[in-house]
Design a binder for this molecule. Structure first.
Ligand code: GLY
Length: 354
């Protein structure tokens, strides 16, 4: 997989100009959603190449990460004369960068694209590392491809337009990166204060470090055969929480599900791989304070377990795979847990988060 150039912006327009001029393209297309078209595009619209580009807009949020939206993008590219030498720029959150990336990966067997993520979640996770795709048949990211953007241009000024919930949603992925990286990173992330006004300068420094952690892991294992599985910490149980919420038509931000998944999976780490108890409780208390609690009871355990068995990271139908830790920064991939152990981690969640 080719390497992405990740740019933590000092000057958004200048960085876009440079990234664009590194491409020889015939036509440029810009993909936004209904929100980023109004809120983010105006910040870069006076760059000549963007002004002259052909614009495509799709609906907002995960419900639009569909084959229909993808087909709309393909149709626009096809009808408006895109060739194999055209360039696509995705401006938006994870939905736009995932779907736009997949449209680019598949149109005429692949055209170049640049990601300009506008949410914290997409800056530190979705836009980085080349995973692209759409939801299909009721399953998240069911269809997709590994296809990196040529450049990911990260401007933390976009974060000033986000509400606290969306900042916290992205921060959960940063916390995950800290946990898999080192004790220093874990402690530093638990020290960030969300009670007072957000310190965006400090947040930008932490974003830079977080992206660097992900970049290093993806470089070692771009196709998730090995160490990239570390990035799944919190996601096995987190995805089950997200799917349960979906079944109940209850809106849940991805990062909240990941934060709550981290609570259970750190408990499994304590149980199975000796993750230190004090660090478990410190991390859980940070999550409880900032994310609150996903409401479920022991009546939901079987449904949650059933949802975990569908996780695409499992090797067989009756084992559930986890990434666990034996210390902050000491990663244990390819771990399994029994149904009883998983239920025990859900009990721990209910008791400590209660
Ligand atoms: N979001 C996890 C990964 O990129 O591998």
């Amino acid at each position: 997989m080719s390497k992405q150039e990740i740019i933590i912006c000092k000057n958004l327009k200048e960085d876009i100009r440079k990234a664009v001029s590194s491409h020889k393209y015939d036509k440029m297309f810009v993909l936004t959603d209904e929100h980023t078209k109004d809120l983010c595009l105006p910040l870069v619209e006076d760059i000549l190449s963007i002004k002259e580009a052909i614009h495509i807009c799709i609906g907002v949020e995960d419900v639009n990460k569909t084959l229909e939206s993808l087909s709309h993008v393909w149709t626009e590219l096809s009808c408006k004369g895109a060739t194999r030498h055209s360039l696509l720029i995705n401006i938006g959150g994870g939905m736009v960068t995932d779907l736009g990336g997949f449209a680019a990966a598949t149109f005429k067997r692949g055209i170049s694209y640049i990601n300009i993520p506008t949410t914290l979640l997409s800056m530190v996770d979705a836009a980085v590392g080349g995973k692209t795709g759409i939801n299909f048949n009721g399953l998240k990211n069911e269809i997709g491809a590994f296809a990196p953007a040529s450049h990911v241009i990260i401007d933390c000024n976009f974060l000033k337009t986000l509400d606290l919930k969306n900042i916290l949603s992205g921060y959960a992925e940063m916390l995950k990166h800290g946990l898999i990286s080192s004790e220093d990173e874990r402690k530093e992330l638990l020290g960030f204060n969300f009670c007072d006004e957000i310190d965006y300068g400090r947040l930008q420094e932490l974003v830079g470090k977080s992206v660097f952690i992900k970049e290093k892991i993806v470089e070692q294992d771009p196709f998730e055969k090995n160490i990239r599985k570390a990035l799944n910490l919190g996601h096995t149980i987190g995805h089950a929480f997200e799917s349960l919420a979906l079944k109940r038509e209850h809106h849940m931000l991805h990062g909240y599900a990941v934060a709550w998944g981290i609570v259970c999976e750190l408990y499994l780490s304590f149980l199975k791989t000796n993750f230190p108890k004090d660090k478990l409780y410190q991390t859980v208390s940070f999550i409880k304070e900032n994310y609150g609690k996903m409401p479920f009871t022991c009546k939901d355990y079987d449904t949650l377990y059933e949802l975990m068995t569908h996780d695409k990271k499992n090797d067989t139908a009756d084992t559930i795979n986890f990434t666990l830790l034996s210390e902050a920064g000491v990663i244990k991939i390819n771990q399994t847990a029994t149904k009883e152990e998983i239920f025990e981690s859900l009990d721990f969640y209910c008791e400590t988060m209660g």
